[in-house]
Design a protein around this ligand. Structure first.
Ligand code: ADP
Length: 169
């Protein structure tokens, strides 16, 4: 168990943290799943600033304010679409976690919450995605004081169980 990692089940848009991570698409102009939920909860101001960001490459991350969310910031990252595993999917997903954590640290965020990036519409295998999320986060936290706490928030019980098992929580 890693004391700086916390596990929750629920809706990321309700969290009172310094930053929530959005599993966005390359346009950064909103979409379904968690992306749609974050945009609905943040209000139209979020889309307005996202229009100015010129999209985002897969595996990269960009940051905006949180607007009507409780969170100060939204870190928008673009997970890879699963195409069978031979298209750098694992490396790209690791990049999402690493680059999001780096932005969180640069912006002095103490608490950051991640959804299960790529495991919805993008069909990344859930267990593999969870392992990558945890490995990459642990690696980052070993080398950085910030964020102080990382929350993995699972929408579905199945993902929660996978994380519980890997984290031994
Ligand atoms: P992707 O396109 O990266 O697969 P999705 O939004 O389809 O993104 O799914 C990513 C994960 O986010 C899925 O596990 C999905 O169940 C979860 N999710 C959807 N809505 C929310 C929400 N409001 N809060 C937290 N997680 C959510």
């Amino acid at each position: 168990m890693t004391p700086r990692i916390e596990l929750l089940q629920g809706d990321i848009t309700l969290l009172k943290v310094d930053a929530v991570v959005n599993a966005a698409n390359k346009s950064l102009l909103g979409g379904g799943g968690v992306d749609g939920a974050i945009h609905r909860a943040a209000g139209p101001g979020l889309l307005e600033v996202c229009r100015l960001l010129d999209g985002c490459q897969t595996g990269e991350a960009k940051i905006t304010k949180g607007f009507k969310l409780q969170a100060d910031y939204v870190i928008h990252t673009v997970g890879p679409v699963w195409h069978g595993g031979n298209n750098d999917e694992e490396k790209l997903l690791a990049g999402c976690y690493r680059n999001s954590l780096r932005l969180a640290s640069d912006y002095k965020c103490k608490t950051v919450a991640f959804p299960n990036i790529s495991t919805g519409i993008y069909h990344f295998p859930r267990e593999l995605a969870a392992r990558i999320a945890i490995i990459e986060t642990r690696k980052f936290l070993e080398e950085s004081q910030l964020p102080e706490k990382v929350i993995f928030i699972c929408f579905e019980k199945e993902n929660l169980d996978i994380y519980r098992q890997i984290l031994n929580m």
